[in-house]
Ligand binder design. Structure first.
Ligand code: ZN
Length: 344
C-alpha cells in the first residue's frame, strides 16, 4: 500500500468513527464504537499493523498520524461520553424522581370485634375468680341442650319452631348451659367451669333480637355451696365488668335446671340507676338468669345432691357492649360494616 492509500484509509476511518461517535445515543453504543475502532482487534489497530508495508522512511510519520488519530478519537469518545452521561443521568433522575407531595398510602390496622373484646374481658374476670374456661360444641345433642337440664316434656323451648334442629338428636345449641352435663358426667366436684360462645334460636331479627347471640355460662359445684356464693360471684363479676358502683338485683325466676332460680339485673351503666332511655326508665338492665343447680340435674350425671350443691348462671354477652358503647342495634355486630367495627 502506498503512503497516500494508507493516509486515505486513515482519513476515511477517522471520518467514519467521528460521525458514529457523534450519532451514538447511549453509553453502551459508545462502548461498542470504541471497541470497533480502538480495541485490540479494532480498525485503527489493524491499520497500524499495516505500517510494515510502508517504506521504512515513511513509517515514523505514519505512526505519528495514527497516534494523533487515536488521540483525536479518544478525545471525541470522552467528550461524547460525558455528554451522554449527563443526559442519561438527568433522564434517570427524572424517571426515578420521588414526588414528595404525593399523599402516603394508609394501611388499615385490624381491630378486635367488640364482641371478641367483651368476651376476652369476661374470660379474664372469671379466670381471676378461679374458673376454668372450656369449649363446648355449637352443634349440640338434644340430650345436653334440654334433657340433662331437667326440661319438662313439652317445654316450648324444645319446639322445632324455637330451635334449629340438624337431626332429631342434634341442634344448634340454644344456650351455653348445655355444657353442664357434659362436664359433670365425666368429672367429679369440686368444679368451677365457664364457657362462652354463640347460641342460636329461631327468633325474628330486629334491633334487639337475633337468631345468633352470645352467652357466657358458669357453674360451680362443691360441698356447701350456697346462694350467697352465687351472689358474691356475680357481684364481683359485675363490678369488675361495669364499674365499682354497680349494684346487682336478683328476682325470682324460673329455669328448669335451677331451684331456686333468679333473674339477674345490674344498675344501668348509662344512668347509674336514675332511669334513662337505655334502661327504659327502670334504672336496671337485665343480664341473664341464675340459680342453684337442680337436684335432678345432679342425679342424671351421678352426683349426689345430698353431698354436693352448686350454682349456675348464664348471661347474655351481646347486651354488654351494647350497654357500654351505647349500641342500639344488635344487627350491627353481625353485619361487618367496617365503619362500625372501627369505632370500638
Ligand atoms: Zn338507665
Amino acid at each position: 500500500m502506498s503512503e497516500t492509500g494508507v493516509r486515505d484509509s486513515l482519513d476515511e476511518l477517522k471520518t467514519a468513527a467521528k460521525s458514529s461517535i457523534a450519532e451514538a445515543s447511549s453509553l453502551s453504543e459508545l462502548a461498542d464504537i470504541e471497541t470497533t475502532y480502538l480495541g485490540r482487534k479494532g480498525q485503527l489497530t489493524q491499520l497500524l499493523r499495516g505500517v510494515g508495508e510502508l517504506p521504512p522512511e515513511e513509517r515514523p510519520t505514519f505512526g505519528r498520524l495514527v497516534n494523533e488519530a487515536r488521540a483525536g478519537l479518544e478525545q471525541a469518545l470522552a467528550d461524547r461520553r460525558a455528554a451522554l452521561a449527563e443526559t442519561e443521568g438527568a433522564q434517570r433522575l427524572r424517571a426515578e424522581a420521588l414526588d414528595v407531595t404525593l399523599p402516603g398510602r394508609f394501611y388499615t390496622v385490624g381491630r378486635q370485634h367488640p364482641l371478641s373484646a367483651t368476651m376476652d374481658r369476661i374470660k379474664r374476670i372469671f379466670l381471676g375468680l378461679g374458673y376454668e374456661i372450656v369449649d363446648s360444641p355449637e352443634i349440640e345433642r338434644y340430650h345436653y341442650n334440654f334433657e340433662s337440664l331437667n326440661y319438662p316434656e313439652e317445654h316450648p323451648a324444645m319446639d322445632e319452631q324455637m330451635s334449629f334442629y340438624v337431626t332429631d338428636d342434634l341442634l344448634l345449641r340454644t344456650q351455653t348451659t348445655a355444657v353442664q352435663a357434659r362436664i359433670m358426667e365425666s368429672r367429679q366436684p369440686p368444679l368451677r367451669i365457664c364457657t362462652m360462645g354463640r347460641c342460636y334460636r329461631s327468633d325474628e331479627v330486629d334491633a334487639t333480637h337475633s337468631h345468633t347471640f352470645h352467652q357466657v355460662d358458669c357453674f360451680a359445684v362443691d360441698e356447701d355451696i350456697t346462694f350467697a356464693d352465687l351472689k358474691g360471684t356475680l357481684y364481683n363479676f359485675a363490678r369488675e365488668m361495669f364499674g365499682p358502683d354497680t349494684q346487682v338485683r336478683f328476682r325470682p325466676d324460673y329455669f328448669p335446671f335451677v331451684e331456686p332460680g333468679a333473674e339477674v339485673a345490674i344498675t344501668c351503666v348509662i344512668c347509674g340507676g336514675e332511669g334513662c332511655g337505655v334502661c327504659k326508665s327502670t334504672g336496671w338492665l337485665e343480664l341473664g338468669g341464675a340459680g342453684m343447680i337442680h337436684p335432678n340435674v345432679f342425679r342424671q350425671v351421678g352426683i349426689d345432691p345430698e353431698q354436693y350443691s352448686g350454682f349456675a348462671f348464664g348471661l347474655g354477652i351481646d347486651r354488654m357492649p351494647m350497654m357500654m358503647y351505647r349500641i342500639d342495634d344488635l344487627r350491627l355486630f353481625l353485619e361487618n360494616d367496617i365503619r362500625f367495627l372501627r369505632q370500638v
